[in-house]
Design a protein around this ligand. Structure first.
Ligand code: HEM
Ligand SMILES: *[C@@H]1O[C@H](CO)[C@@H](O)[C@H](O)[C@H]1NC(C)=O
Ligand SMILES: *[C@@H]1O[C@H](CO)[C@@H](O)[C@H](O)[C@H]1NC(C)=O
Ligand SMILES: *[C@@H]1O[C@H](CO)[C@@H](O)[C@H](O)[C@H]1NC(C)=O
Length: 340
């Protein structure tokens, strides 16, 4: 291309990508490239951040649609925001979202960053097997409420019908419940989120050897993490081989070398009663959901494809409230609460 045309080409590229004009950053910003680079860099230095991002988009989009409300510390209505919800225990990824926002400037919404970051984390953690595109153009909401998040997000102690009803409210099918729950192949959970499963009086069926191994490990983790509510890995595939042996894990069909990978190994674990949450296990009580799980256990490609499609649908949940929308300058506060 002749040198004289370069400016015009850059300008039209910029218009095409709707990049920021008059923001604090340069006029041209490669939005999706920047998110991808930052997400991959962050996961390389801290693998846990990938799982956090995949959960973050669910918790943002489920509550009032994909509007970045989960990121807010402060709104004109107060500081009791979604982050303070009980159901948001352990939610993470906020510093990385801030880092990306700082690089992208005022032209890109926080809601879009959450969606792209989760997409890129899913692609990276699946070794490129879960790849999808999602449109940009979301706006940021100005309201965020802990009570709303606790009312709307599903809980790990839910019965099957409660899970189905919860997903139905967002127009997601029981099969999509099964598909999206496969995200529990990655990441961690606090003891308080699966304690009911270790307690004789509240336990839903869980493999006895797995339970014994978990009880012992929880006690060890309380000491090494120095907390009464330690975290454990969601997926038995990610536990040590001595834990797996004690727990009687049957890894047939699972790539146990791929610890931390986002894949269909969740279904292998679930169909052995070796998963942390009651909400995971209860899907076995329904014939159709149980059959779907067996299908995804047997066909990794099918799960990759269907998970990608469900993530696209999740990433498109529209903002619901009629309140004002904006593109935030800082993902943690509304523009009204933002001071330079
Ligand atoms: C179906 C209903 C669901 C329930 C009841 C549920 C519940 C939970 C709970 C209790 C935790 C652990 C939180 C903690 O104690 O720290 C968790 C972790 C996680 N969930 Fe879900 N979840 C559900 C669906 C989903 C969906 C749809 C996704 C994403 C598509 C998802 C992705 C994750 C991930 C990746 C983690 C690990 C997070 C990390 O390591 O930082 N979950 N979930
Ligand atoms: C903010 O959200 C809460 C909880 O959903 C709601 O009660 C309140 O009316 C909302 N405020 C505004 C201004 O939309
Ligand atoms: C087990 O569950 C019962 C009934 O909810 C509760 O009273 C008890 O404190 C629980 N025990 C433990 C060790 O969590
Ligand atoms: C697995 O699923 C893919 C995608 O849906 C399909 O093309 C393929 O035939 C399935 N493989 C088997 C063995 O059923």
């Amino acid at each position: 291309m002749a040198k004289v045309n370069a400016g015009a080409a850059l300008l039209s590229l910029c218009l095409l990508l709707a990049c920021s004009a008059g923001g604090t950053k340069a006029a041209y910003v490669d939005v999706e490239g920047t998110v991808r680079t930052e997400v991959e860099k962050a996961i390389k230095s801290n693998p846990g951040i990938g799982a956090a991002l995949v959960r973050l988009v669910f918790h943002d989009c489920w509550v009032n649609g994909c509007d970045g409300s989960v990121l807010l510390d402060k709104t004109p209505y107060g500081t009791n925001t979604e982050k303070k919800a009980i159901n948001n225990i352990g939610l993470d990824g906020f510093n990385l979202i801030d880092t990306i926002k700082y690089k992208l400037g005022d032209g890109v919404s926080c809601a879009d960053i959450v969606v792209f970051a989760a997409r890129d984390a899913a692609r990276y953690l699946s070794n490129g097997k879960i790849a999808y595109s999602v449109p940009s153009g979301r706006k940021d909401g100005i309201n965020s409420s802990a009570a709303a998040a606790d009312a709307v997000l599903p809980q790990s102690t839910f019965e099957f019908q409660q899970l189905v009803d919860n997903f139905d409210k967002k127009k997601f099918t029981p099969r999509e419940l099964v598909i999206l729950s496969g995200a529990h192949s990655i990441g961690v959970s606090h003891l308080s989120s699966f304690q009911d499963r270790l307690n004789k009086s509240t336990a839903t069926p869980i493999d006895d050897n797995y339970k014994q191994a978990l009880v012992a490990d929880v006690e060890a983790q309380k000491k090494s993490q120095n907390t009464p509510d330690p975290i454990e890995k969601n997926n038995i595939r990610d536990m040590s081989s001595s834990f797996q042996t004690t727990a009687g894990y049957d890894p047939t069909g699972v790539n146990t070398a791929a610890k931390g990978a986002l894949d269909n190994s969740y279904y292998h674990a679930n169909l052995q009663n070796r998963v942390l949450f009651k909400s995971d296990w209860v899907m076995r009580t329904d014939t159709d959901a149980g059959n779907a799980m067996a299908e995804y256990m047997d066909n990794a490609t099918k799960w990759n494809n269907d998970f990608a499609a469900a993530m696209v649908k999740l990433s498109k949940l529209p903002a619901e409230s009629s309140t004002r929308y904006e593109i935030r300058k800082n993902c943690r506060v509304t523009n009204q609460n933002y001071y330079y």
